[in-house]
Design a protein around this ligand. Structure first.
Ligand code: MOS
Length: 744
C-alpha cells in the first residue's frame, strides 16, 4: 500500500487512564488461570527432588495410590510418551524441561512425580507418601564449585566477549585506576501468582488456562512435545499475577499438567506451591563481576573492562549477560566485556527483571562511583564528563537519547546540588547517617514480531484483536488506547480483545518490548483497515472524498476528512453503508525495521537519585527517598508508565537491600524458598518515590516512537542505593544485597 491515511492521534494515547480491568481485579471478578473449574476436574501436585544430583532410586507409588482420592501417580514408568524429547532443541527460545523422561535428578526442586487426585488435599498427601530415596552425589554450589569456561553465547545468543580499542593501553595510561569485584546473588521471581495450569484434552486438542507472557511460543513448544499442530492448542491467559520473565516460556510444571490430564483422561489443575517456584521455572543467576576502569587527569575514561563470572545449570545454557550495560553507557575509548560461567546443580537460570542489565548496572554504577571518588569528582559530574554521544561499543548514533535531561531534571527534583562530596557528612534529626547516590539507568528498546487484526463495523463500532499479554503492566489499557487511535474512534466504540492464543500472534511480553511491538502491529492493522475504507470513498463519485487519494485523507472521530479541507468528509458508517458492507477488516504486523536497527543504537535511559539513612550503631539501612527521571520515547499512558517506573525502582530497592536466595552448601537446596525468608520490599521498606517522565521523541525506533518502560527502573536504582550507602557511611559494600552484617 503506497498511500497512507493519516490518523489524527492524541485523543486516547497520552491520556492517564486508569486500568480498564482494574474493577474486575479488585472485585475478584477477573479470572486467573487457577480459577478455572471445568467439569470433572482433578487436582495434580508435583513431587520434587530433595537431592541435588543423581537418580531417584525408589518411590513408594503403591502407598500414594492407596491413599483415598488418589487417581493416578505419574512417574517415568507411566508418563505419556512425548513426540520429542524435552532436551531436544529445534526452535530458538527452547530450554530443557524436566518432564519425567527418566529417573535422573539434575537439581534440587526438580519434579520427580505428579500425583493426581479428586482433591488438592488428597494429591498433596499422596505426593508426601511417595517418600523418595535417592542415589545422590554431592551438590555443586557456588561460583567456585566448578571450573569456569567461556560460553559460546550469553543471554539468548549474544557473544560472550566483545571489545573495542586497546583496554590494556587505556588502563596503562590512566591517571586514576580502580579494580573492584562485585557479587550479586541468585534471585527468584516470586510472582504473586504461582505458575498454574488447568489442562483439558479433547482428542488431540488441548485447552490450557495458564499464565503466559508468550502464548504463541508456548503453543509451538507444546506442539513439538505432544506431536500435534500449534492450532490444536488453545491457551487462555487474560490475566497474570506477575511474570517478571518466569512466564515468558512455558515451564516444565505447566507441561506436566497437560501430561497428567492426558494420562487420566480428565481435566487437571496443577498449581505450584511457592517453594516449588525455586527451581523449575527459572531464576536470576548469581554473578561475580570484576571491573577495571581508568580515567585521565580530567576525569575522562581511558578504558573500561567488565568481566562477569556467572552460573548456569549442568544441562542447559542460559548465561546472565551482565556486561551488556558497559557497551552503551559511558564514552570509554577502549572497552571490553567478557563472560565466564560455571555449571552448578541448579535449575536453569532464565530471564528475570532486566536480565543482564539489573546485575550489570549494579556493578557498573558502583564502579563508576568508585572511580569518580578516585578522581575527586562529584559522581554526577563524572558521569556527565563521560556522557556517550554515540554508542561506545559500536560508534552508532543513538536513535534518541535524552539522558542529559534525565540527569538534570532528576538532580533538580532531588536537590543533588547540596550533596557534600565527602562521605559521613550528613545526619538527620535522629542522628542517622544520611547518604545520597546516583545511578544511570538503561535498557535496550527492543522490538519483536506481532500481528493484529482491526475491524470497522457499519454500526459505528470497531474491534481490535491481538494475542497480547498483561502481566499486570497495563496492556489491557495501553494497547486499547493505541487501538482506538489506530481506528480513529472513541475508546468506548472499540472492542479490544487480547489474552487468548486464538487471536493474532503478539509474540512475547518481555524485553520491555510488548507495548512497542504489539502497539506497532495494532497501529499497522488500523492503518490497513482505514486505507481500505478510504479507497472505497476516494474512488466513489458520490463521496465528498472522491479523488482525494488515500494520502489526502485523515481519520478522526469515526469520520474520514479531506486533509486540504477538513470540513468535507463523511462517517465511516456512511461509507460502509453505501458500499453495502457490514464490516471491513485490516491486518498489520509490528516489528523493528532491520535497516534502522543496524544504523542506530536504540536504548531507553534514566537517572536515579537515592537517599538512604543508616543507623551508625546498628548498621540498619533504609532507603528513604528515590527520584527517577526516565526518557523512554513516547508515553502512551503516563499513569501506567509512572506505575511501571515505581515498580522497577522498588525492585531496585529489593536488589540493593533485600533479595537473595541462600543455598545450603551441603544439600544444594535453597533454604529460604518462601516469602517470609526470601525478602522482597514490603510497604515499610518502600521509600518516597518520584518518577519524572522526561520528554523524548524518537523518529526511528518504531512507528509510534515507543521505547518501553517495563524493566528500566530496576537498572540504575540498585547502584544508586549502593552509592548512597557508601556516601552515608564511607563503607563500600561490594556484595549485594547490602545488609547490615556486611556494613559493620
Ligand atoms: Mo522480562 S525478564 O523480559 O519478562
Amino acid at each position: 500500500m503506497s498511500e497512507v491515511v493519516r490518523v489524527r492521534h492524541g485523543s486516547n494515547t497520552g491520556q492517564p487512564l486508569t486500568r480498564r480491568e482494574g474493577r474486575l481485579k479488585v472485585t475478584g471478578a477477573a479470572r486467573f488461570a487457577a480459577d478455572a473449574h471445568p467439569e470433572g476436574l482433578l487436582h495434580a501436585v508435583v513431587a520434587t527432588s530433595t537431592a541435588a544430583r543423581g537418580r531417584v532410586a525408589r518411590l513408594d507409588v503403591a502407598a500414594a495410590e492407596a491413599h483415598p482420592g488418589v487417581v493416578a501417580v505419574m512417574t517415568p514408568q507411566n508418563a505419556p510418551a512425548l513426540a520429542r524429547h524435552p532436551d531436544e532443541k529445534r526452535e530458538p527460545f527452547t530450554f530443557r524441561l524436566d518432564l519425567l523422561q527418566d529417573d535422573r535428578v539434575r537439581y534440587p526442586g526438580q519434579p520427580i512425580a505428579v500425583v493426581i487426585a479428586e482433591t488438592l488435599e488428597a494429591a498433596t498427601e499422596g505426593a508426601a507418601l511417595l517418600a523418595p530415596a535417592y542415589e545422590a552425589e554431592p551438590a555443586r554450589v557456588g561460583l567456585d564449585a566448578a571450573a569456569p569456561f567461556v560460553p559460546e553465547a550469553i543471554g539468548v545468543g549474544d557473544p560472550a566477549a566483545v571489545s573495542r580499542g586497546d583496554v590494556a593501553a587505556g588502563l596503562a595510561q590512566a591517571a586514576e585506576r580502580i579494580e573492584a569485584t562485585y557479587e550479586t546473588p541468585a534471585q527468584y521471581h516470586n510472582a504473586m501468582e504461582p505458575h498454574a495450569v488447568v489442562a483439558a484434552w479433547d482428542g488431540d486438542a488441548l485447552t490450557l488456562d495458564t499464565p503466559s507472557q508468550g502464548m504463541a511460543i508456548a503453543q509451538g513448544r507444546l506442539a513439538g512435545l505432544f506431536g500435534i499442530a500449534p492450532d490444536q492448542i488453545h491457551i487462555r491467559s487474560p490475566f497474570l499475577g506477575g511474570g517478571f520473565g518466569s512466564k515468558g516460556l512455558i515451564s516444565g510444571p505447566q507441561v506436566l499438567g497437560a501430561m497428567a490430564a492426558r494420562l487420566v483422561g480428565r481435566p487437571v489443575k496443577l498449581v505450584l506451591r511457592r517453594e516449588q517456584m525455586y527451581g523449575p521455572v527459572g531464576h536470576r543467576a548469581p554473578t561475580r563481576q570484576t571491573l577495571r576502569l581508568g580515567a585521565d587527569s580530567d576525569g575522562r575514561l581511558t578504558a573500561l573492562d567488565h568481566h562477569t563470572l556467572t552460573a548456569s545449570s549442568t544441562f542447559d545454557d542460559f548465561f546472565e549477560p551482565a556486561g551488556g550495560v558497559s557497551h552503551t553507557l559511558y564514552a570509554a575509548p577502549a572497552l571490553s566485556t567478557t563472560h565466564e560461567a560455571v555449571r552448578l546443580d541448579t535449575g536453569t537460570p532464565l530471564f528475570m527483571r532486566a536480565p543482564g542489565e539489573a546485575s550489570g548496572s549494579a556493578a557498573l554504577e558502583s564502579a563508576i562511583d568508585e572511580l569518580a571518588l578516585a578522581c575527586g569528582l562529584d559522581p554526577l559530574e563524572f558521569r556527565l564528563r563521560n556522557y556517550a554521544d554515540t554508542e561506545p561499543l559500536t560508534g552508532r548514533p543513538f536513535s534518541s537519547k535524552a539522558l542529559r535531561a534525565c540527569y538534570a531534571q532528576g538532580a533538580e527534583r532531588f536537590g543533588w546540588r547540596d550533596r557534600p562530596l565527602e562521605p559521613r557528612r550528613m545526619r538527620d534529626a535522629d542522628g542517622l547517617l544520611v547518604g545520597w547516590g546516583v545511578g544511570t539507568a538503561t535498557f535496550p528498546a527492543l522490538m519483536f514480531q506481532a500481528e493484529a487484526r482491526a475491524v470497522l463495523r457499519r454500526d459505528g463500532g470497531g474491534a481490535v484483536e491481538i494475542g497480547a499479554h498483561d502481566m499486570g503492566q497495563g496492556a489491557w489499557t495501553a494497547l486499547a488506547q493505541i487501538a482506538t487511535d489506530a481506528l480513529g474512534l472513541d475508546l468506548d466504540a472499540v472492542e479490544f480483545r487480547m489474552g487468548d492464543s486464538r487471536l493474532p500472534n503478539a509474540g512475547i511480553a518481555g524485553g520491555s518490548a510488548h507495548t512497542a511491538t504489539a502497539g506497532a502491529a495494532i497501529h499497522a492493522a488500523g492503518s490497513d483497515v482505514l486505507a481500505k475504507l478510504a479507497a472505497l470513498a476516494t474512488g466513489d463519485e458520490r463521496s465528498p472524498l472522491y479523488g482525494a487519494g488515500n494520502a489526502g485523507v485523515v481519520a478522526r472521530g469515526g469520520r474520514l476528512l479531506r486533509r486540504d479541507d477538513e470540513s468535507r468528509g463523511e462517517a465511516f458508517t456512511d461509507i460502509l453503508a453505501r458500499a453495502d458492507l457490514d464490516s471491513i477488516e485490516g491486518r498489520g504486523t509490528g516489528a523493528g525495521d532491520p535497516g534502522l536497527r543496524d544504523s542506530y543504537a536504540m536504548h531507553a535511559h534514566g537517572a536515579v537519585f537515592a537517599e538512604v539513612k543508616v543507623d551508625p550503631d546498628l548498621g540498619q539501612i533504609r532507603c528513604t527517598r528515590l527520584v527517577g527521571a526516565f526518557a523512554a520515547g513516547r508515553i502512551i499512558n503516563p499513569r501506567l508508565v509512572r506505575s511501571q517506573y515505581y515498580g522497577g525502582m522498588i525492585w531496585g530497592v529489593s536488589f540493593a537491600l533485600h533479595e537473595q536466595a541462600v543455598t545450603d552448601p551441603r544439600s544444594g537446596r535453597i533454604m529460604n524458598a518462601n516469602l517470609a525468608e526470601y525478602h522482597v520490599p514490603v510497604n515499610a521498606d518502600v521509600p518516597s518515590l518520584d518518577a519524572i517522565l522526561v520528554e523524548e521523541e524518537d523518529p526511528h525506533v518504531n512507528a509510534l516512537g515507543i521505547k518501553g518502560v517495563g524493566e528500566i527502573g530496576v537498572t540504575g536504582t540498585a547502584g544508586a542505593i549502593a552509592n548512597a550507602v557508601w556516601h552515608a557511611t564511607g563503607v563500600r559494600v561490594r556484595q549485594f544485597p547490602i545488609t547490615l552484617d556486611r556494613l559493620l
